[in-house]
Each structure stands twice: as structure tokens, then as C-alpha cells.
Design a protein around this ligand. Structure first.
Ligand SMILES: Cc1cc2nc3c(=O)[nH]c(=O)nc-3n(C[C@H](O)[C@H](O)[C@H](O)COP(=O)(O)OP(=O)(O)OC[C@H]3O[C@@H](n4cnc5c(N)ncnc54)[C@H](O)[C@@H]3O)c2cc1C
Length: 596
């Protein structure tokens, strides 16, 4: 249903004012009005669309409070620091580094037999933990053992900005222009940041060392020892498991045999980006299976290329629309049209029955009888948390969510913590969860690092996640965002400034959780303004920007900010308060969606 605010509606109920009171010092000037000075004719529309909770109807002019996110607080935790790489030369694959070379038999560096802090996995969560251990214990000696041959890097640009780079050597440099035009590397830190493995025990003031290309295959929890794939044993005082996950495959593709597997990409790593980039220049047709954020981002990235190179890009998935598991149906439909406009042939309601090779082509048969011919398949159908170590370690794997089961302090056993995609943790606000997102890897890795150095803190900071369909459409989300929950959405027309590109230009940052940290540190401000004249939107009007609330027992448990950026602290506060709200139109006003 669609409605706008009724006549005479009070500006804000007392409950919301108290909420804002916590967030916003009222005596400060709002800076957002100046930063997003949008002409009145672009501020007109307001829509409320719901999938389960009724709202009010009617029209009127309304005053809308401005919630401004402005000056950065100096004392914020330096998450930005964690994510501010890009100083050194482009590619930091360890094979190019003498002290970090993957070990050839008999030549690998002298691995210490004992380390105080052992981190299993060299991804985002492990890197965040290493930084936080060192922040609390400046002399700490931290060893990261990673199956990946590369130094720790961030994954989000692999499906976004790297595809939009003009640099013909982007697959080598792995440097990219953020949406805001600034260049950076995907590596968290250049090689010089790390201590050679053989020096870790002796170097003054300790440091962080990486042992790349090595898998931990066994854990002796009572003996505080791990065994690597080459038989090396390392004992530890404290250990973090941050093994992330591996992309799932479809049973129909697994059954199909080697000839099909050769033309399949399961997209997760640098190598996958390199390979798919090359393939996209060689073949005529690529089919992406999966309608989630990864599949949709890759579809948009490849679709953009398709226009210039004559590449056919097909995306198919069982849901009714793109990101149908997260977005309410009307918004998922809108997104599907957007992906189509990017040059992608989107096939919703498509369930793969079998895949085979015919002549030189792949043939995907769908359950409803349709056939899709293509040259290469990208399966983006979810993640399986890497929990092989659970068996030898005697750790519990959660039967509902998967992942190592840990408590609210992310601890599995004495001296063992788990963070990132592999952790099924107890969220003291929302219950047991497992989260597969960058910001969660940062937040949980940081918390695990703190607790490994004695902080004994529970998980309380709700992480966020984001997804961009290219530089012009993006969303940020927090809490439980599941399209099977009732939702209420409040929308307004977007302007040229309501894009991921513009958001990063304004914040000066590229990776969204960075800008979130800065926004958190800023003071949220509140001021009144004269409202634009709203109108009841017509059917099919653009869902340009808006807020979608996800409800459980009438309480907001999740929020998607659709083309609205840098306002995550407000969403976080609403979820943290966990109150019932009589009218979510009123709550939506906090996000100031009509005045930008
Ligand atoms: C292409 C792509 C785009 C993404 N975009 C977004 C986005 O826009 N927004 C968002 O919020 N999230 C995004 N994500 C998700 C986000 O990147 C992950 O949630 C995050 O990387 C999880 O971090 P992690 O440290 O838990 O796991 P990982 O980053 O997967 O790291 C795990 C590491 O452990 C290593 N490992 C595994 N087993 C062992 C073992 N036994 N011994 C030694 N090492 C081991 C692996 O090699 C790997 O290095 C994206 C993911 C991908 C793949």
C-alpha cells in the first residue's frame, strides 16, 4: 500500500524525541542541509510501501526534522585505520616476497614452534583481530597462518570497483578507483607492515607475521597446538579461528562432470577475479546463477562491460527478483529492472535441473523446461563456513546456522575464539546468528582480539553490510533483514546525490564500513525545516531512496537504507532500543529522507 503523512500529525512523538535526544545535541547546527542542498522540485515524493504492517493514509505538508551526521569524533575506534591500505606497490602476492614466500619443501622460513597469538585464516576478521591485539598489547607477537597465498586483503572490491577500473593491468595491480575517484589497493597493508616469520620470536616490540599458503589441518585443543598441512606443529597461548567460508556449488553442477566444472567459477578470491576477468574478454556468453548480492553485483559489473564488448550476460535464480531473500517484493522487482537496464538478461523463477556440454557450449536445463545456452557459469549460491577443524578440536558446529558455535564473547573454549563468517555467535540483542559480511568480520575480529587480550566484552555493536549495483544504486543494512519478515518502507525521490558514488565522494572514504565508523564518531544533529509538498506517488514510481523496516513481534529488528548513506548510527540506535513503534512513518523521519 502507498500513503503519505496525514494532516495534523504531530512532528515527533515523545518516545522518538527521547531517542533523538540521545543521538543529537540540539544546540548544534545541521550541516546536512548545506551538504545535500537539493532543489525543492526534486524533493517531492513520499511513498510508504508495506508488506505486513498497515500504516496511515492522507496527504499534507509536513515539517521534517533534519538529522545531520557531521563532524568526526576524535575518539572513535580506528576501524578506518584497519582499512586504510594502498600505500605500497600494487600486488602483494606472497610469492613475490622473499620473507613471505609460500613454502617450497625444504625452503620455507623457520616457523616458530610457539607463538603467543595464533590466528588461523588470513582474511578480514583475522587482520582486524591482529590489529586489535597489537593495539591493546603493543609488544604482542601475532602469527597469521593462511591457506591463501596472498597477504590479507578485502573482498568487496572484487565484485565492484575493480570491474570498473580503466587500468588494463588491474588484475595485476589490484588497485582500483573507489566510487569517489581515489585510488587504493585491496590489501589491508603493504608487505613492510609485516614481520618476517622467522623474526617474530626475536623482533623487538613484537609484530604481526603471515605464513601464507599453509593450511591448519588439525587442532589439539588440550595441548594448545595446531598442525599445518606440511606437518609443522605450532603451539600457542591464545588462538583465533577465522577461516571464513567456501563458496557453495549447485548439486546439478557437481554432478555434471569435469567438462562443465572447467567452465565454472565459484567466486571468492583474487584468483577468481583474475580468471573471470580474463574469461569475460574471451567468451561470448556468461551466466551467473544466484540472485543474492554477490550474483547481482557481478551481473551488473559484467553487464556494464557487455555493452562495449558484445558479451551476453545472463543471470538466473529461483526467487521472483534480485535480492529477493533480503528485499521486499516490490523493491526486489524494481531492482530486477535496474539490473536489466545494466545490460543483463535476468531470468527469475529459474531453478537449475542439469548442466551439460553440447558442441562447444554449456546447456543449462531449468526445471520448467527452459534451456539456457552459454559459455561459462558463475555460481554465486551461498557460502559454506569452513569448519573442518571442529572435528579434531572437538568444537561445536551450529546445526541451524552452520559455523563454530561461540558465546557472546566469541569464545569457543578456553584460549580459543572464532570471528567472521565462520562464527555462529550469540548476539545479546538479536539472539544466535551467523553473519557473512565485511563489517561484521571487522567488528567481530576486533572484539575477538580484544577478548584474547583479556577484555571479556560481549558482542554488542551491530555490524552493517552494504551492496552496490555499480556506482549509482546501493544499500546499507543492519540487523535481521529477511524478506520473509513483515516490512514497512518509506520512500522519496532520489537525486543525483543519492548514490554510492556520491556518498563516498562526500565522506572521502571508499569502503562503506569505514565511512560508517566516521559517521558514528560524528554527532548526529537534529533541526527542523520547512517540508516540501508531498504527493501521493503514482503506481510504478521510482523507489529512488528510502528506509525499509523489518519487524518481529512489532519490534524493528532490521533496517535497509536504500540509496541513503552515512545514517547507520540512527538505524543502529533504533534496533538497539528494541521498542515497539506506533507509527513507523514517524521513525522514518529520523532519517531525513525528504530533505537531502
Ligand atoms: C566478491 C565478494 C564481495 C563481497 N562484498 C561484500 C560487500 O559488499 N559487503 C559486505 O558486507 N560483505 C561483502 N563480502 C563478504 C565479506 O568479504 C566476508 O564476509 C568477509 O571476507 C569475511 O571475512 P573472514 O575473515 O571471516 O573470512 P575470509 O575473508 O574468507 O578469510 C578466511 C581466510 O581463512 C583462510 N583459511 C580457511 N581455512 C583455513 C585453514 N584451515 N588454515 C589456514 N587458513 C585457512 C582462507 O584462505 C582465507 O584467507 C563479499 C565477499 C566476496 C567474496
Amino acid at each position: 500500500w502507498i500513503c503519505s503523512f496525514p494532516p495534523g500529525m504531530p512532528l515527533l512523538p515523545p518516545k522518538l524525541l527521547s531517542l533523538l535526544g540521545c543521538l543529537c545535541p540540539r544546540n548544534k547546527l545541521c550541516t546536512l542541509l548545506q551538504r545535500w542542498n537539493v532543489p525543492p522540485d526534486l524533493q517531492l515524493s513520499r511513498q510508504v510501501a508495506g508488506t505486513g504492517v498497515p500504516g496511515k493514509k492522507g496527504t499534507n505538508s509536513v515539517l521534517v526534522l533534519i538529522v545531520g551526521l557531521s563532524s568526526l569524533g576524535a575518539g572513535a575506534y580506528a576501524l578506518g585505520d584497519i582499512l586504510r591500505p594502498g600505500l605500497g606497490p600494487g600486488a602483494y602476492m606472497c610469492s613475490k616476497l622473499s620473507h613471505l614466500s609460500p613454502a617450497a619443501p625444504g625452503t620455507h622460513p623457520k616457523v616458530p614452534s610457539h607463538v603467543p597469538f595464533l590466528l588461523i585464516g588470513g582474511g578480514t576478521a583475522a587482520f582486524a583481530a591482529a590489529r586489535s591485539i597489537r593495539a591493546r598489547d603493543p609488544g604482542a607477537r601475532v602469527l597469521i597462518v593462511s591457506e591463501d597465498p596472498a597477504l590479507p586483503y578485502m573482498r568487496p572490491p572484487l565484485s565492484k570497483e575493480l570491474w570498473f577500473s580503466d587500468d588494463p593491468n588491474v588484475t595485476e595491480t589490484l588497485r582500483f578507483k573507489q566510487w569517489n575517484g581515489k585510488e587504493r589497493s585491496i590489501y589491508f597493508q603493504p608487505p613492510s607492515f609485516y614481520v618476517p616469520v622467522e623474526d617474530l620470536s626475536s623482533v623487538e616490540n613484537g609484530g604481526v607475521a603471515v605464513l601464507p599458503g599453509k593450511k591448519v589441518v588439525h587442532m589439539d585443543v588440550r595441548g594448545n597446538t595446531v598442525k599445518l598441512s606440511d606437518g609443522t606443529q605450532i603451539s600457542y597461548d591464545k588462538c583465533l579461528i577465522a577461516t571464513g567460508g567456501s563458496p557453495r556449488n549447485l548439486p546439478a553442477i557437481e554432478r555434471a562432470g569435469k567438462d562443465v566444472q572447467k567452465r565454472l567459477t565459484l567466486f571468492r578470491k583474487i584468483e577468481d577475479f583474475r580468471r573471470l576477468e580474463k574469461i569475460s574478454r574471451e567468451v561470448k556468453s556468461i551466466t551467473i546463477i544466484g540472485g543474492g548480492f554477490l550474483g547481482s553485483e557481478l551481473a551488473c559489473a559484467l553487464g556494464r562491460r557487455a555493452r562495449t564488448r558484445g558479451l551476453e550476460v545472463i543471470q538466473l535464480f529461483p526467487e521472483n527478483g534480485n535480492m529477493g531473500k533480503v528485499l521486499p517484493e516490490y523493491l526486489s522487482n524494481w531492482t530486477t529492472e535496474k539490473v536489466r537496464r545494466e545490460g543483463v538478461n535476468v531470468l527469475p523463477n529459474a531453478v537449475v535441473k542439469s548442466v551439460s556440454v553440447s558442441g562447444n557450449r554449456l546447456v543449462i536445463k531449468l526445471k520448467d523446461g527452459r534451456k539456457v545456452e552459454t559459455d561459462h557459469i558463475v555460481a554465486a549460491v551461498g557460502l559454506e563456513p569452513n569448519v573442518e577443524l571442529a572435528k579434531s578440536a572437538g568444537l561445536e558446529v551450529d546445526s541451524d546456522f552452520g559455523g563454530f558455535r561461540v558465546n557472546a564473547e566469541l569464545q569457543a573454549r578456553s584460549n580459543i575464539w572464532v570471528a567472521g563468517d565462520a562464527a555462529c555467535f550469540y548476539d545479546i540483542k538479536l539472539g544466535r546468528r551467523r553473519v557473512e559480511h565485511h563489517d561484521h568480520a571487522v567488528v567481530s575480529g576486533r572484539l575477538a582480539g580484544e577478548n584474547m587480550t583479556g577484555a571479556a566484552k560481549p558482542y554488542w555493536h551491530q555490524s552493517m553490510f552494504w551492496s552496490d549495483l555499480g556506482p549509482n544504486v546501493g544499500y546499507e543494512a543492519i540487523g535481521l533483514v529477511d524478506s520473509s519478515l513483515p516490512t514497512v518502507g518509506v520512500f522519496a525521490k532520489a537525486t543525483a546525490k543519492d548514490t554510492p558514488k556520491s556518498a563516498t565522494e562526500q565522506s572521502g572514504t571508499g569502503i562503506r564500513s569505514e565511512s560508517e565508523t566516521e559517521a558514528e564518531a560524528s554527532e548526529v544533529q537534529l533541526s527542523e525545516s520547512s517540508s516540501p509538498t508531498p504527493h501521493v506517488p503514482t503506481q510504478g514510481e521510482d523507489y529512488g531512496k528510502g528506509v525499509i523496516f523489518y519487524l518481529r513481534d512489532k519490534v524493528v529488528v532490521g533496517i535497509v537504507l536504500w540509496n541513503i548513506f552515512n545514517r547507520m548510527p540512527i538505524a543502529r540506535k533504533i534496533i538497539k532500543d528494541g521498542e515497539e513503534h506506533e507509527d513507523l512513518n514517524e521513525v522514518a523521519k529520523l532519517f531525513n529522507i525528504h530533505e537531502d
